[in-house]
Each structure stands twice: as C-alpha cells, then as structure tokens.
Design a protein around this ligand. Structure first.
Ligand SMILES: NC(=O)c1ccc[n+]([C@@H]2O[C@H](COP(=O)([O-])OP(=O)(O)OC[C@H]3O[C@@H](n4cnc5c(N)ncnc54)[C@H](OP(=O)(O)O)[C@@H]3O)[C@@H](O)[C@H]2O)c1
Length: 328
C-alpha cells in the first residue's frame, strides 16, 4: 500500500517513517515538507539512513499520489488536507487535534473556527476498535489523553473524581525549538505547565464520559528532561472502596487479550521505542493510584496511528509494531 506522510520532517513524521519502512504491507511513497522539499529525508532523519532514497516533496493536495495518508501536521493544518484526500478515496489517520473533539468543543478549546468538520472515530483501539474498523478516517488521540485514559478506563464508572498528574519528555513539543524546551531550562529540572488549563483535558473528559463515567477530571502536566515518554499517575477517588484484588481483577478483565497493554511496573525506559502501555495499580480503599507509561511518539502518536491503520486495512493489529523496548 502506497502511503503518504504529510509533515514527514517532524518528530511524529520521522517516527512514522521508521515504522512504515519496516512494515511488510506499506511503501512510503510521499514524504512532505514545505521547507525541506528537494532534500533527502535521511538528511533530516539520519536514523533511517540505508532504508530509503526518498526526498521530501511539497505537492499540491490533488497531486498526493497514495492510497493512505497520515497527517502529521499541526492542528488547523490537518483540516486543510483531510476532506480532499478522503474525497479522492485515500484512507486517512490524523495525528493532530483537528478531529478528536466535537466541533463546538474543538472551537472553544483551541480558540479557532473549524472549517472542515467531519465526525470521526477517536482512535484508542483498546476502547474504540469497532468504530475504527471499517472507517476510512480516524482521529489519532493526543499523547497525554492516551496514557491517562488507558490508566483510568477500567475504573471510569466507579470514580467520583480523577486527578491525572503527568510527566512528559521534550519531544512532545515537536521539533521546533522554543524557550521552554531550551536545554538549560529543561536539563536537570522539572517544570509544571498549564496546571489547570491544558487542552488535552477535554479529550480525557470526553473519554471518561464515553465510558459511562461521571467523575470530575483534573490534569496537570510536567516537563521532565527526557526525550521520549509520558508517565501518568492517576489518583482515582472511588464512589465505594475497593480492595487491591478487586482492582487488579478489573484491570486484567478490561484489558484481556490486548497485545499493547502490559500489566507491569510502569517505567519510561521499558516502553521507549515501543507501542506498549505499561500499567500498574495500587488500592488504598477509597483511592486507587494507577500509573501508566507510554512512549509519546509511539503509543502517544505514530505507533498508535500505525495500529489504527492496521485495523482500518484489516491487517493484524500489531503488524510492524512487535518491537521490544530500548533498555537502558
Ligand atoms: N510530538 C508528539 O509527541 C505528538 C504526540 C501526539 C500528537 N502530536 C501531534 O502530531 C502533529 C505533529 O507533531 P510533531 O511533534 O511531529 O510536530 P513537528 O515536529 O513540529 O512537525 C510538524 C510537521 O508538519 C509540517 N508542517 C507544519 N505546518 C504545516 C502546514 N501548515 N502545512 C503542511 N505541513 C506543515 C512540518 O514541516 P514543514 O514546516 O517543513 O512543512 C513538519 O514536517 C501535531 O499536530 C501534534 O500536536 C504530536
């Protein structure tokens, strides 16, 4: 299958290339970048040197020659591509925020009008596999909401309140440097940001509600000096106390048969470079503390996008994603 990566020079685009060049069913046919058109992709992504001779291009939308497209561009840019690619018969996974929320919520949270809204499945396959299967367009979830939602989902209906506290690596901000990602500000440091107002909270609330939950949800992210990974601690305040055994049983049952969920001590080093979400929980009766670890560029973005592609194309869900971690 011929695949186009729109926004191939960024971090999630580079990660998509790493995965798709090694995927038995895909050929990367188009890798776009407005600023690097005409240069070899390996100049920007030396980690895939030897796997491709492709050059970045900047084609018009109607000249994107492929069967499937990943939109790895900033929010508001994806909505400029999606409708015409779908009209031309391509299947699409959007990694941006443009299609993750209902139009009204998107416009409130992102403060911009949505000019090309289409309701599409929200691609956390462990929760929305049926909707993703058979769809030609999927909204890939945000990185924080993926780790947070997977941590809380089995207890969503049992909770009164959920407080998500996340630590993220710096690649979550994309490859455009800024003052907050400047090495002396990040190195040897921990920075909380958007303590109560991070945009991803809207996705977490949406998913807890979709799961039948009524809990109040809160979220505070922190930037930590690692390249990849999100570790989320979910403090789940229950309506009624539950024992450790009950909670563990719930998590085992909820995720039974899920290849990408591992019930083990969550550590960034064990999920780095993989599409796994490692989860563990501890109950003290009324409060359950659940910790999840994902790689933000994998289960939080490109890995989950490939997982969604596999489902949309009726391939085995873990095709091209059977990767162990990179310890240490
Ligand atoms: N980084 C993460 O961990 C992560 C996780 C989940 C979701 N996401 C989402 O995934 C998307 C990509 O993130 P990223 O971290 O890969 O960003 P990035 O490193 O900044 O890369 C953005 C890419 O989009 C291209 N681009 C920018 N503006 C464009 C436009 N108006 N039209 C066409 N191409 C454009 C850029 O190349 P040119 O400027 O050369 O065209 C570049 O290839 C974002 O929406 C982000 O929120 C990121």
């Amino acid at each position: 299958m011929r695949v186009a990566i729109i926004g191939a020079s960024g971090y999630t685009g580079g990660e998509l290339m790493r995965l798709l060049l090694n995927h038995p069913e895909t050929e990367v046919a188009v890798a776009t970048s407005r600023t690097l058109a005409g240069t070899p992709v390996t100049k920007e992504h030396p980690h895939i040197s030897g796997f491709t001779n492709l050059q970045f291009t900047n084609p018009g939308i109607n000249d994107i020659d492929a069967d499937f497209a990943f939109l790895a561009v900033p929010h508001t840019a994806a909505m400029q591509f999606a409708p015409s690619l779908l009209e031309r018969g391509l299947k699409v996974v959007d990694l941006s925020a443009d299609y993750r929320l209902p139009q009204k919520v998107f416009e409130e949270v992102y403060g911009v009008p949505h000019t090309a809204f289409i309701p599409v499945p929200y691609g956390i396959p462990e929760l929305h596999r049926k909707e993703v299967n058979g769809s030609s367009f999927v909204a890939n979830p945000g990185c924080f909401p993926t780790g947070a939602t997977l941590a809380a989902a089995p207890l969503a209906k049992d909770a009164d309140a959920i407080i998500f506290d996340s630590k993220t690596g710096v690649s979550g901000a994309g490859d455009n440097p800024s003052a907050s990602t400047h090495y002396p500000n990040v190195g040897d440091n921990v920075n909380p940001y958007k303590w109560t107002t991070h945009r991803h909270l809207a996705e977490m609330k949406q998913e807890i509600k979709w799961l039948g939950g009524t809990a109040d949800c809160y979220f505070t992210p922190h930037l930590v000096p690692v390249n990849r990974g999100i570790l989320t601690t979910a403090h789940i305040l229950l309506k009624d106390p539950m024992s450790q055994e009950e909670v563990e049983r719930k998590y085992q049952e909820f995720y039974r048969g899920e290849y990408f969920i591992r019930h083990q001590m969550p550590r960034l080093s064990a999920v780095r470079g993989t599409n796994f979400c490692d989860i563990q929980c501890e109950s003290e009766g009324k409060r359950v503390v659940v910790v999840s670890a994902i790689d933000n560029l994998m289960k939080g973005a490109s890995g989950q996008a490939v997982q969604n592609m596999n489902i949309m194309c009726n391939w085995k869900e873990n095709t091209g994603l059977q990767l162990p971690g990179l310890l240490p």
